[in-house]
Every structure is written in C-alpha cells, then in structure tokens.
Write a protein that binds this ligand. Structure first.
Ligand SMILES: Cc1cc2nc3c(=O)[nH]c(=O)nc-3n(C[C@H](O)[C@H](O)[C@H](O)COP(=O)(O)OP(=O)(O)OC[C@H]3O[C@@H](n4cnc5c(N)ncnc54)[C@H](O)[C@@H]3O)c2cc1C
Ligand SMILES: NC(=O)c1ccc[n+]([C@@H]2O[C@H](COP(=O)([O-])OP(=O)(O)OC[C@H]3O[C@@H](n4cnc5c(N)ncnc54)[C@H](OP(=O)(O)O)[C@@H]3O)[C@@H](O)[C@H]2O)c1
Length: 427
C-alpha cells in the first residue's frame, strides 16, 4: 500500500456495493488514492440492503471485508452523497475535480416496468422497494406497504423467493402466488434458495397446475412429469414453515392489466395465456390472446431492474452505454468504458462496473468479479498516464470537499472513524 506522500492516481468510485468496493480494494492496493461516494450512509449496497436479513454469515463476512477496505489510509468514504442530475453532486462537478478516473458502480437503481395498464394502482409495488423496506433502508423502512392477504408476485427468480420468504415468515399473509410468463423449466430461482419457503408450497395445487399446462409443455417436447419431479426434489431440506401461508405457482401467464376497484385499489390481474416457442437453445413466451382474471389484493413486480438514467450517463433501453468498438484486450476495455453515442466517443476516464454495467445480473461474486475486471482495465488506463503529485491530489480533494452542493457528510473515513462508527450504530 502506498502512503499519502507518494505520487499516484486519484480515483473516484461512485457506489459502495460489491462491485464498487472490489474496485476500491484493487486500486487502493495498487497504491492509488481512492475516494468513494455512496448514496446510502452505510456501505455494501445490496449486500447490506438486498441480501435477505437472516443470512447473517454472508452479510457479516462481507461487511467485515468491506470495513477493512474502507479503513485503509488511502481510501476516503463519503456516505449520504447521491450523484446525478439535480442530486447532491452532478457528473459535471466530478469532471471538474480532475480525478484520474471515475468509476460508476451505482447498481441498478431504476425501476423496470413491464407496461401494463393499471400498474400505478394502489397495491402495486416493485420488488426493489419491498426489499429496501424489509432491509430497513432509510426512506423505505417507514413506507407503508398495504398488501392484503392475497399477494401476486410477477417473476420467478431469486428476488421472488426472497419476497415470498418475507411475506410467508414475517407478514404471514394467506396466499402468495408466483406468476411466470414461461414454464417451470424456465424458472430462474436457485434450488437452494427455495428451501426458505418450500414448506409452504401448496403441493396439491402444484400438481394441478402441471396438469393444466401439460399439453403446452409437451407441444415443445418438455416432459411435465420430469419437470414436476425435478421441482419437487428441490423441495427437500425445507426450513420449517413459520406460517400457514400457501405458496402457489402459475405458469404460462403474462400479466396484461391490473384490475382495480372504484377506489383504484388492486382487485386482481388480467392474465394472458402464453405458450412456449423455441428461440435458439431457449424458449420465449408467446401470447395466445386468451385471457382470464386472477383475484389478488396486491401485485409485486419482481422482474429485475434497470439502471437509473437520472445519473446522467448516456443511456439507452435500461442500460448505460458502453464502447461498441471492441479491443483485443482481455478483459475487453470497451465493455467497461462509458460511451456517448451522440459524439461517437468514449467518455475518457469514465468506467462502469457491476449492476451499473449489466443490470440485475448475478450474485455478489459476479459483481465482485466485474469490479475486479474493471480494475484490471483501470490499471491499464492509469499506467499510460502520469501520476499526480501528493499536492495535486490534496488540491483535488479540497475541491471535492468544497463542492457547495455537498450535503452534511455523515461518513468521511479519514480521521473520523469513531464518529462514523457512532453514526452507523445510530441507524
Ligand atoms: C433482493 C436481492 C437479494 C440478493 N441476495 C443475494 C444473496 O443472497 N447472495 C448473493 O450472492 N447475491 C445476492 N443478490 C445479488 C447481489 O446483491 C448483487 O449481485 C450485488 O449487490 C450487485 O452489486 P453492485 O455493486 O453492482 O450494486 P449494488 O449492490 O446495488 O450497489 C450499488 C451502490 O451504489 C450506490 N448508489 C446508487 N446510486 C447512486 C448514486 N446516484 N450516487 C451515489 N451512490 C449511488 C448505492 O447506495 C449502493 O451502495 C441479491 C440481490 C437482490 C436484488
Ligand atoms: N438469494 C440469492 O442468492 C439472490 C436473491 C435475490 C437475487 N439474486 C440474484 O439477483 C439477480 C436478479 O434476480 P431477479 O429475481 O431480480 O431476476 P431474474 O432472475 O432475472 O428473474 C426475473 C423474473 O422476472 C421475469 N420477467 C422479466 N421480465 C418480465 C416480463 N416483461 N413479464 C413477465 N415476467 C418477466 C423473468 O421471466 P423470464 O425468465 O421469462 O424472462 C424471471 O422469471 C439474479 O442473478 C439473482 O440470482 C440472488
């Protein structure tokens, strides 16, 4: 680790989730000065506010590692700082500071909607908000979630399982139904994760559901019996049910409309039957234009997220743009370089990592690896540039501290570690 009186580069990392902190780890180890700006007071991103609260070992292990990284002498951490248009700091402010590089590891903070009529009704929620709520992210923890007793979750990935877990074990609602536009073979949740809720699966209903969809599975050569036994085999080692909640699945249904009562409250969903159609190695869902009503009191969309375009980076179709002109390097620099399609140029010295680069993709390990790859590319980029003298770094840090828009800083690791700990303990 280099000391503060050596010349080195200054890197500003925006976002202190697993991807951003992997970059902080590598770049600080390489001897550079690293400043972290994070929207949340606490670091960790979804490792703090996403991973299910009862995963104490995973969360504790990650937190300890992150704490060690942020405690390094050449790392400064600012919490409670949001970067973006009309936020605490704009990207143009950061550009003026003159850091050697900016790394955006802000995750996927935008909400993905699937564009169905009625999706603004009372009782419609997006998974991220629910997850932030039960993980007590300030601003979400006190928000009311009026769910009723019959909750429909759209999507059949791990986030669906986590939310079902919360509804079953903590909210103890009567029914939770996971609705998938494709079939059981295309379920995305990890078999190990289903153990948290499998005691509550309504087995009789599951068998009936397979009978209902059997012809459409067989039409594309899928064996309904094998699929059912595969799903049931995963339902071993179930954690004991903490409630009477029934967890059910509905396959081959695509939501078309949220049905509401005269007070604009959810009373159900209009679902379109779908069939599977081969698409390369996979299958896509094709609507059959036959519809039915499904009664429920609330709907939670757990269909993945997109990046937050209000950050101010060039954006298209739910993603920030990266350089389309591939390089020969491994890992490929282009994939991590922010790109402006208006000018046809990369944003020099601006990089993306983790879910900011590929929204809602993979586990903590995947985000960390993405941060590691981004660091390799950054190291290549920095090696070709003259480092900054210590005085130049201090001058730039002063500029950052003087930014008039900077909110009260709740966490600035250098020299203020004790107050940081106190702030964290108060939350
Ligand atoms: C509900 C849920 C449960 C999960 N459970 C698991 C699990 O059990 N095991 C597992 O391995 N993986 C799990 N994952 C996946 C894992 O959390 C992600 O892979 C990983 O957190 C992505 O890391 P990231 O750093 O790219 O983004 P994030 O973790 O989202 O971090 C982004 C960071 O950027 C900050 N930020 C955002 N916008 C701004 C801004 N404008 N300005 C400044 N800072 C900003 C945020 O405060 C946050 O700290 C889960 C994901 C979800 C959604
Ligand atoms: N405990 C854990 O380890 C944990 C917990 C949470 C999240 N994670 C990770 O975080 C990542 C994101 O998870 P996720 O559950 O948000 O995403 P995901 O795994 O991609 O699942 C999203 C679900 O939404 C469905 N969906 C997407 N668009 C839809 C649309 N327009 N209409 C209807 N359904 C639609 C998908 O169906 P199709 O398949 O048909 O697209 C899929 O069933 C994953 O890598 C996951 O493993 C891990």
């Amino acid at each position: 680790m280099a000391s503060k009186d050596q010349s080195c580069h200054l890197i500003i990392v925006i976002g202190a989730g697993p991807a951003g902190l992997a970059v902080v780890n590598n770049l600080s180890k390489a001897g550079h000065r690293v400043v972290v700006l994070n929207r949340d007071i606490k670091f960790g991103g979804l490792a703090e506010y996403g991973i299910f609260p009862n995963k104490h070992r995973l969360r504790g292990g990650l937190k300890k590692g992150y704490w060690d990284i942020l405690n390094r002498e050449n790392v400064d951490y600012f919490g409670n700082v949001t970067v973006g248009k009309h936020k605490d700091i704009m990207i143009s402010d950061l550009n003026e500071i003159g850091a050697s590089a900016l790394v955006f590891a802000t995750g996927a903070q935008g909400t993905k909607t699937i564009g169905v009529e009625g999706d603004n009704a009372m009782g419609v929620y997006h998974a991220k908000d629910v997850v932030y709520h039960y993980n007590l992210l300030p601003g979400f923890s006190q928000r009311p979630f009026d769910l009723g007793q019959r909750v429909a979750i759209i999507g059949i990935g791990d986030v669906m399982v986590d939310i079902a877990h919360w509804l079953i074990r903590y909210k103890k609602v009567k029914e939770v139904t996971a609705i998938a536009r494709r079939g059981p073979a295309e379920r995305k949740y990890n078999p190990k994760e289903i153990r948290a809720v499998c005691d509550n699966i309504d087995q009789e209903d599951l068998t009936q559901e397979f009978s209902r969809i059997r012809p459409r599975l067989e039409e594309v050569g899928q064996n309904a019996d094998h699929l059912l036994s595969g799903m049931v085999e995963e339902m071993t080692k179930c954690e004991p049910a903490g409630s009477e909640t029934k967890l059910r699945f509905r396959f081959l249904f695509s939501p078309r409309r949220v049905l509401t009562d005269p007070k604009n409250r959810v009373r159900g969903l209009e679902l379109e039957d779908t069939k599977l159609e081969p698409k390369g190695e996979d299958f896509s869902a094709v609507g059959l234009k036959t519809y039915r009503e499904f009664a429920c009191d609330s709907v939670i969309f757990a269909v993945g997220d997109r990046v937050d375009e209000t950050l101010g980076l060039p954006f298209k179709n739910g993603s920030f743009l990266t350089n389309p002109n591939r390089t020969q390097n491994e890992p490929d620099d282009a994939l991590f370089q922010a790109y402006d399609n208006q000018t046809g140029r990369i944003l020099e010295g601006v990089f993306l990592a983790g879910w900011a680069r590929k929204a809602s993709e993979g586990l903590v390990g995947v985000a960390k690896r993405d941060g590691d790859w981004c660091s390799e590319i950054l190291n290549r980029f920095l090696a070709a540039r003259a480092p900054l003298e210590p005085a130049g770094i201090e001058e730039r840090l002063q500029k950052l501290r003087r930014l008039s828009t900077l909110p009260p800083i709740l966490a600035f690791a250098e020299g203020l570690q004790n107050s940081f700990v106190e702030v964290i303990e108060l939350i």
